[in-house]
Design a protein around this ligand. Structure first.
Ligand code: ACM
Ligand code: ZN
Length: 526
């Protein structure tokens, strides 16, 4: 049947990540000016509005949206749908498009698939008058393998505006990522308004770029390589004047954060905030030196002093109120514990709590904070160093040290859930060469030798984008795309359905789609 169709009427089906089942049919549906959108349950109104908004700029059609069951494009919540919380079915025929799911997330993933079924010009932000908005007739059944399909962005080492972050979330939604881990705090800057401690942003959010190693380094590379994307932006939203000199930085107000959280939720993405303690905390200790062991304002935070613990609780309290997701990140990586060795307060804490050493002191701190998280209805995630000195079973571990291959074995045998983001595959700030993409797609991110019970404790995968050497949105996109699409497929599509030779030709088609979205990419070999 398919073979008899005129080629001009055949639109291609190239979905990333690869859905569970795709049945191509004869014919197609064309979205025209008089098309309509309906949703059958009030909870889907934001999804319908999002779809309408996505289709508007390129088509020029402001499609009417209504609650009901009759329309050209129907979003239908159906509790009988078998595909789980995020699964969906999409049926496109000459009569229109039906997306069905048991939950909101499934509907949104169906919308991502519909975006990908349309010509890539649908992603343009200006009117495309000569494109036929053809959706090929198809039946798709789909559901993810892992629930945690994450990306982590570091707006500390270099700042990304809310608009830039929204653009990033929009691409994440197109490829069905579900978690945005937001590394809001580190030694080089504090990026989140905390009402109780205003210095964190009034002082901690800005710096003189001349004083910061990575700013100097990026600017050197920009000159050496004649690459403006490597130049630290010293204009507009990224700067302020202090003592007659220009400072670099920025922060997010609580109102902006609330808006971004909603923006992400509409697109099926949870934002997981990180306040990294007790290390990586110079932005805090320099503003409030009493947080440090000797009062000199050096990192790490002194965990011997009750005042420091109170500070952490108060900051987390504001974070808990801003971010509705149950998970919050404590960080806990790369703590230089030598200051604790010399600190009478830290040593007293070790004695009073019957601890053996500073590693156990960190573990005590993590467990103390975790109790506070839990009392507030939150769950704790930390980088894999939280395992050192022992960790409670209920904490979730971010495996990042790819050279510590025992981490996943150890954490899952202790009952801890794990998110896989080993630097060996998942650090998207690491340099790329022509084999990086294939190595990521074909590599074993899930370590071998785990029992079925241990495998159940793997929540999923995450790409991490540390931004020491990434000063602009364009450079960030260049480092992340298109390799993030390989990770999207590894996290969504079961291993048995992953096939490099089928993925790569599909990926080539997505280069144009990303380009249409204005995304800078590392060129692929044709
Ligand atoms: C990390 O890369 N320090 C988590
Ligand atoms: Zn101390």
């Amino acid at each position: 049947m398919l073979l008899l169709m005129p080629l001009s009427l055949m639109a291609e089906v190239n979905i990333i990540p690869q859905p569970t089942r795709v049945t191509e049919k004869a014919g197609s549906f064309v979205i025209r000016r008089n098309a309509t959108i309906a949703y059958n349950h009030k909870s889907l109104q934001p999804a319908a509005a999002y779809l309408q908004e996505k289709l508007q700029p390129a088509t020029g059609y402001s499609l009417p949206v209504s609650k009901g069951k009759k329309a050209d494009i129907i979003l239908s919540l159906n509790p009988k749908c078998q595909a789980g919380a995020e699964g969906y079915t999409l049926t496109a025929s000459e009569n229109g498009v039906l997306i069905e799911a048991a939950g909101y997330r499934g509907i949104v993933h169906g919308i991502a698939t519909l975006r990908q079924l349309l010509p890539c010009q649908i992603e343009e932000t200006t009117l495309q008058p000569y494109v036929t908005w053809r959706v090929p007739a198809v039946e798709i059944e789909d559901a993810p393998n892992f629930e945690w399909r994450g990306m982590m962005l570091d707006p500390v080492r270099h700042f990304f505006t809310i608009e830039e972050t929204k653009r990033f979330l929009d691409v994440m939604a197109l490829y069905k990522f579900s978690k945005f881990h937001w590394h809001l705090v580190d030694s080089q800057g504090w990026r989140l308004e905390i009402r109780q401690y205003p210095l964190l942003t009034s002082e901690g959010a800005f710096r003189f770029p001349e004083d910061e190693h990575w700013d100097r380094r990026c600017n050197e590379i920009a000159v050496k390589d004649n690459n403006p994307c490597m130049k630290v932006p010293m204009t507009g939203e990224f700067t302020r004047v202090k003592d007659g000199r220009l400072q670099y930085g920025g922060f997010y107000t609580q109102d902006e954060v609330r808006e971004l959280v909603q923006y992400a939720l509409v697109r099926g993405i949870d934002i997981i905030p990180e306040f990294d303690v007790p290390g990586h905390s110079y932005a805090a200790t320099k503003c409030y030196p009493w947080l440090s062991c000797s009062g000199d304002g050096r990192d790490p935070i002194c965990v011997g002093k009750d005042t420091s613990l109170e500070f952490c609780r108060n900051v987390y309290k504001e974070i808990f109120q801003l971010f509705p997701n149950e998970y919050v990140e404590i960080g806990g990586d790369e703590v230089n514990r030598s200051a604790w060795r010399k600190c009478p307060d830290c040593q007293k804490r070790i004695q009073d709590q019957g601890l053996k050493n500073e590693a156990e002191l960190q573990s005590w701190f993590t467990c103390t904070m975790e109790k506070y998280f839990n009392e507030n209805g939150k769950k704790l995630i930390g980088w894999d160093e939280i395992l050192e000195g022992g960790v409670s079973k209920s904490a979730t571990v971010n495996w990042w040290r790819g050279d510590h291959t025992d981490v996943v074995q150890r954490s899952t045998s202790g009952g801890n859930e794990v998110i896989l983001c080993p630097f060996t595959f998942c650090y998207f700030d690491y340099a790329q060469n022509d084999s990086t993409l294939q190595k990521l797609y074909t590599g074993d991110i899930v370590p071998t030798g785990l029992s079925a019970e241990q495998l159940r404790l793997i929540k999923g995968m995450q790409g991490n984008i540390w931004c020491e050497r990434i000063p602009t949105e364009a450079q960030m996109q260049y480092m992340v795309f298109p390799r993030a699409l390989a990770l999207a497929e590894k996290a969504w599509t079961p291993n048995s359905q992953q096939d490099w030779n089928k993925f790569y030709p599909r990926l080539l088609k997505h280069v144009d789609r990303l380009k249409t979205m204005g995304i800078v990419q590392r060129p692929l070999e044709e």
